[in-house]
Design a protein around this ligand. Structure first.
Ligand code: CA
Length: 226
């Protein structure tokens, strides 16, 4: 068994579809349909990951996420029906580990669940699609070639890679790289990303790892091209 997954979803069909796919992938799913039931259930059963719908009766997903984060680091994947919501959710910094937009394929959800769990279990090396990030040495390799990243480029890549598929706005990336400076221009992030992509492409021209999301920011999504 791969782990217990709590699915919080008030559309019964969707909940059972997700549940079936997760079970077929070796997980033990459990479904709740009311947001108010999540915290008490969580405290008793300690699931390994929560798939949390945003719009819920009882208590909405955002509030539930905040409630859980007040006492637990359990991986949380938020599910929302609108792509625009994701931007707003990111701004609120709820502490969710990933975001999925409806409609989704259950297969994609299973892949995300596995990715988030893998990440939470791994220690200091992140691996994705031939990419290996050594967080102790600030060294990134792609297909065993050193990318020779600067510290800033490494931090950017590390941040993006840690949450595949999650879209980060320039401001968020900037706060991450320069926590003390507030006056760095948006263009700074663009320029670092550009250099980072160039270094990745120099090793593997086919590797489309970092994607721009028009008007929003950037995301790391190694599976987007496969
Ligand atoms: Ca809902």
């Amino acid at each position: 068994m791969n782990g217990n997954i709590l699915i919080v979803e008030d559309e019964p069909k969707l909940a059972s579809l997700l549940s079936d796919y997760l079970r077929a992938s070796g997980f033990e799913p459990f479904c709740l349909s009311n947001g108010a039931e999540v915290v008490p259930w969580f405290r008793e059963h300690k699931p390994d990951l929560i798939l949390l719908d945003l719009m819920l009766p009882g208590r909405d997903g955002m509030e539930v996420c905040k409630d859980i984060r007040a006492f637990s680091h359990v991986p949380i994947i938020m599910v929302t029906a609108r792509i625009e919501e994701i931007d707003r959710l990111l701004g609120l910094e709820l502490g969710a580990d990933d975001y999925i937009c409806k409609p989704f394929s259950p297969r994609e959800v299973v892949a995300r669940v596995k990715a988030v769990l893998r990440r939470t279990h791994d220690g200091h090396t992140i691996q994705a699609k031939g990419l290996v990030l050594d967080e102790h040495r600030y060294r990134a390799t792609l297909h065993s070639h050193n990318l020779e990243l600067t510290a800033v480029e490494f931090k950017l890549l590390q941040f993006l890679v840690a949450n595949p598929g999650r879209i980060y706005g320039r401001q968020q990336l900037m706060n991450r790289i320069y926590p003390d400076e507030r006056s760095v221009s948006d263009r700074t992030v663009d320029s670092h990303i550009k250099k980072l992509r160039r270094k990745i492409e120099a090793v593997d021209p086919e590797a489309m790892l970092i994607h721009s999301v028009y008007g929003v920011g950037y995301k790391f999504e190694p599976d987007a091209t496969s």
